[in-house]
Design a protein around this ligand. Structure first.
Ligand SMILES: Cc1cc2nc3c(=O)[nH]c(=O)nc-3n(C[C@H](O)[C@H](O)[C@H](O)COP(=O)(O)OP(=O)(O)OC[C@H]3O[C@@H](n4cnc5c(N)ncnc54)[C@H](O)[C@@H]3O)c2cc1C
Length: 893
């Protein structure tokens, strides 16, 4: 889709004022070393933290800062530190930050300027309070104290608040604030004590690379003081990071915007009060002495087209036409502000990203080039936690925590180079920073970036689309009307006219709840159609690739945990791991027989495989497989054919009859048993059929060359009408797959989960060797301290993930994933049960005890199942539907 960034987004007045001239030098030297293990570019929060973490781990690291440390964004930060966010990984990063802040003084003798003044999250609506109750609940698992309190109680903690203007609050006593310059000074001292080097006034002017081995790698940096040879560079240049990437011809999805806070005149009552986050009003406060810092996120932030290259200790002039809205809201919450003046303001550049998550990790297209940027106005609080993970990433090839949501590999190359898309999506992420994080919220910006061949057909049938990794996919279908995604209207900002067509937004509103969605029954009908009759899913955005070349078989053996040396056309479900046994992806692999040179049947020289991975993380899977092939020096090639093949999946008891009615190829158990693939013809068009199911039913996936997609769809749709086949979207599919107990990568199967912990030992072979096998074998023989489990609730309340799991009055885990099982007629949760003392647990030992799931602070009895009780013997995928009724009755008993 053509997307053009309009000029009126960009503020024309870019003049900044440099405010501080007499900052001390912290540099350890004024010349550059000839080589270093790691060179970090940029001496802000991220650079200083990364130098500290690497130096402590014995790495010879050098930090190069163009000016003086903190001179970019860090020096003027608000410095607030929160503990609770709606993501278990974020919470763990923030906990690491707090721990490190507390240790730093002891270690360096320098106070990092950390004050634990607590934080209040203001709630003005019922739904907001539910969101806070969810934070309060997940906080229990991570040992973070918090309290849901009334507005009057909140006003006792922070006497400047007007309790009449909000309804309740979440109080988090361990929140705090930090001083950026004190923190960075302590970090540099901690680094240099461990051999780290800081060189200020040393801009990096170029990056040296080498491609002679066939894969581009970094080999050094050029600076104003000379060249440093290195195999590893960290781009921590904040709002200037894009300039650094451009030195190696790469783009990153990051845009600088102005972000600001104002500083009030003295308010003696403000002293010692906690931080405030009034999400509904989109404002935050920090208390500094007798003053309040007041900041916020507006709908019309000023986007900076090119941030000045010589910017140091600078600020922009604050535009009160933009910022004024925050003052109005703040006066409403804190009436004293009506009589208090604004002493000064801080308005500086900060980098923002399309999904409001940082950009971290190694660039898949340039070996040794790491990112630590795009911090979305949270780089102080995340700095220490993120730098710790980055240090593991650099040293071990992967972080300890599952960092996919911040990994550069969540963006495909076409997303990274599309500036108009990046600006749109980053704008919306900024404007919605304080919006409630609903389980099924969808962006309005950056839509229709990648659409598959069926897009228009399904939208015309009422598909309400979702986006994942830039692709549009049907979420669910509405009856007798349509709700296409319209072009982005920037929420009416920057002179854009509000889009009058609200059909899509109206549908989204049905999901703005932590209760069951307004679309619950519609999605239920789609799910039940797949269980009882037939449903058609469009899975075209799934990532599809070929693994070929002389070493294809060796590569498959190394990359996949399951046996891949099976008969041609056999479909294998398998994990692909990292060297520590963490799951980097789960895919289906088909061993290919010799083809005729078509898109679905390539001509092979030796073995070849067709691999299908989840679409939302498809690029990550491709990068992981390519990198491991390259590391092993194997002569094998991965060819991504995602945008060349459409996928229609027909599922349910009637699927076989429907498919058989449009092809002469025999769709029988003998010719096409479960777990097998074949090339078939439908009305003269060729396609690959895979007899498999993501939902636990008799079902078939048709992988079709784009040119044949619509003709085959037309046949299928026409045939389906005779069987009352329904269209079904991803919401139904996720519910069905959850009900069946299947895994979902980056949810209940992540890079911090070993397959043995995830109950996937059965797809980890005993013989041969594969990446991560040592750790799998170790856990198989020694046992695990956490184990995936499946829960059902008797009470009809929704589960979304992040609810805590209690066993006999002790917290033993939290749900990674929640959904509603329409066939089982109950809410389902999937999570990992951990031994409270990290001791070994077994599937037997977790069976005893009384389980409860805590939802928004209230505990509900839960039934534990090691595997889903839905069709436990897998009769339905075999097409055996005769005994299903009895099994269901048994479960309900
Ligand atoms: C008004 C405001 C309020 C904020 N409030 C909070 C808050 O309350 N809590 C929070 O956690 N975060 C907050 N933030 C965000 C936080 O301050 C930033 O995320 C963080 O400081 C970014 O750190 P950084 O290291 O990524 O970037 P920077 O601090 O900008 O560091 C990048 C450095 O790279 C250097 N550099 C650039 N080019 C080169 C080159 N070629 N060679 C060498 N060096 C180079 C620059 O000089 C700069 O010093 C706020 C930000 C703003 C603007």
């Amino acid at each position: 889709m053509l997307r053009v960034a309009t000029e009126n987004l960009f503020n024309k007045n870019f003049k900044f004022t440099s405010l501080i001239n007499n900052i001390h030098y912290y540099s350890t030297q004024t010349d550059v070393p000839s080589e270093a293990d790691v060179v970090i570019i940029g001496g802000g929060s991220l650079g200083c933290n990364t130098l500290y973490q690497l130096s402590k781990k014995g790495v010879k690291a050098v930090l190069l800062e163009r000016n003086k440390i903190t001179s970019g964004t860090t020096w003027h930060t608000g410095g607030l530190v929160w503990r609770l966010r709606p993501s278990d990984v974020d919470i763990q990063l923030l906990s690491a930050t707090t721990e490190q802040l507390l240790k730093l003084e002891e270690e360096t003798g320098l106070n990092p300027g950390y004050v634990k003044n607590g934080g209040l999250f203001i709630s003005r609506t019922k739904e907001r309070l539910r969101e806070y109750k969810r934070l309060h609940t997940i906080g229990h698992y991570f040992g973070i104290e918090s309290h849901i309190i009334t507005s009057s109680e909140a006003a006792k903690i922070h006497p400047l608040l007007n309790p009449k203007n909000f309804s309740a609050a979440l109080y988090s006593p361990s929140d705090g604030c930090l001083d950026p310059s004190m923190l960075c000074t302590a970090l540099i001292k901690g680094s240099t004590t461990n051999g780290g080097k800081l060189i200020e006034h040393c801009p990096v002017t170029n990056i040296l690379t080498d491609s002679s081995t066939g894969f581009k790698k970094v080999v050094g940096v050029e600076t104003s003081l000379g060249v440093i040879k290195t195999k590893c560079i960290v781009n921590a240049a904040g709002a200037w990071s894009r300039y650094i990437s451009q030195m190696v011809g790469l783009d990153i999805p990051l845009i600088p915007m102005k972000h600001a806070y104002v500083i009030t005149e003295s308010i003696p009552e403000a002293k010692g009060t906690p931080n405030i986050r009034d999400h509904d009003a989109s404002v935050y406060y920090r208390t500094q002495g007798n003053t309040l810092y007041i900041g916020g996120y507006e709908n019309n932030p000023e986007i900076i087209k090119e941030v000045e290259k010589d910017f140091a200790f600078g600020l922009y002039e604050l535009d009160y036409n933009v910022f004024g809205v925050h003052l109005e809201k703040a006066r409403d919450l804190t009436p004293i502000l009506n009589n208090i003046g604004i002493k000064s303001n801080i308005c500086g550049p900060e980098s923002f990203t399309p999904d409001h998550k940082p950009i971290l990790g190694e660039d898949p297209r340039l070996g040794g080039f790491y990112y630590a940027c795009g911090l979305n106005s949270a780089g102080m609080m995340f700095g220490p936690g993120i730098a710790e993970q980055l240090a593991y990433w650099i040293l071990n090839g992967r972080p300890k925590l599952p960092m996919y949501n911040s990994d550069i590999r969540r963006f495909t190359p076409d997303m990274r180079s599309n500036r108009a898309w990046i600006i749109e999506t980053s704008h919306e992420s900024y404007a919605k920073n304080y919006s409630i994080v609903f389980p099924h919220d969808q962006p309005l910006a950056g839509r229709n970036l990648k659409i598959d061949v069926f897009h228009e057909v399904f939208v015309a049938h009422g598909a309400v689309m979702e986006q994942a990794q830039g692709w549009e996919r049907p979420g669910f279908y509405i009856k007798d009307s349509t709700a296409p995604v319209r072009s982005y209207d920037w929420y009416g900002s920057y002179d854009h006219v509000d889009n009058p067509d609200k059909r899509y937004e109206n549908q989204l509103e049905g999901d703005y709840t932590f209760n069951f969605s307004k679309h619950h029954d519609l999605i239920g009908a789609e799910a039940l159609a797949a269980r009882t009759n037939a449903a058609l899913f469009n899975l075209s955005y799934f990532c599809k690739m070929y693994l070929t070349g002389p070493d294809a078989q060796k590569a498959a053996e190394w990359l996949f945990t399951a046996r891949t040396d099976r008969d041609p056309e056999k479909i294998m479900y398998t994990c692909t791991l990292n060297k520590d046994g963490g799951t980097e992806g789960d895919v289906t692999v088909v061993g290919l027989s010799q083809g005729l040179g078509t898109l679905v049947g390539p001509i092979l020289k030796g073995k070849g495989y067709y691999i299908v991975a989840g679409g939302a993380s498809g690029y990550h899977t491709v990068c992981h497989l390519k990198k491991e092939i390259q590391k092993k020096n194997l002569k094998a090639v991965i060819t991504d054919v995602t945008d060349k093949l459409g996928v229609l999946s027909i599922q349910g008891p009637k699927s076989r009859e429907i498919l058989q009615s449009i092809t002469e190829a025999p769709i029988t158990d003998e010719k096409l048993p479960f777990g097998m693939s074949d090339i078939i013809h439908i009305n003269g068009h060729i396609c690959r059929v895979l007899r498999m199911s993501f939902i636990g039913e008799l079902g078939y996936e048709l992988h079709i060359p784009y040119a044949s997609c619509i003709p085959i769809y037309n046949q299928l749709e026409q045939a389906g009408r005779g069987f009352d086949m329904q269209f079904a979207g991803y919401r139904a599919m996720y519910s069905l797959s959850c009900e069946k107990g299947y895994h979902l990568w980056n949810s209940d199967l992540r890079s911090d989960d070993n397959p043995v912990e995830a109950n996937l030992s059965k797809i980890c072979r005993k013989d041969g060797s594969y990446l991560g096998k040592d750790q799998v074998d170790k856990l198989k023989s020694e046992g695990v301290s956490k184990l995936r489990a499946f829960f059902t609730l008797n009470s009809k309340i929704p589960l979304w993930g992040n609810e805590t799991i209690w066993r006999d009055d002790q917290i033993v885990g939290f749900l990674r994933r929640g959904d509603y099982g329409y066939f089982l007629k109950c809410s389902i949760g999937i999570g990992y049960i951990k031994h409270p003392k990290n001791k070994i647990i077994t599937s037997e030992s977790i069976k005893s005890g009384q389980y409860e799931i805590e939802v928004m602070g209230k505990r509900y009895p839960a039934n534990l199942h090691l595997e889903s009780p839905f069709d436990p013997n897998g009769q339905r995928i075999q097409g055996h539907y005769e005994n299903q009724f009895q099994e269901q009755v048994h479960f309900e008993d």
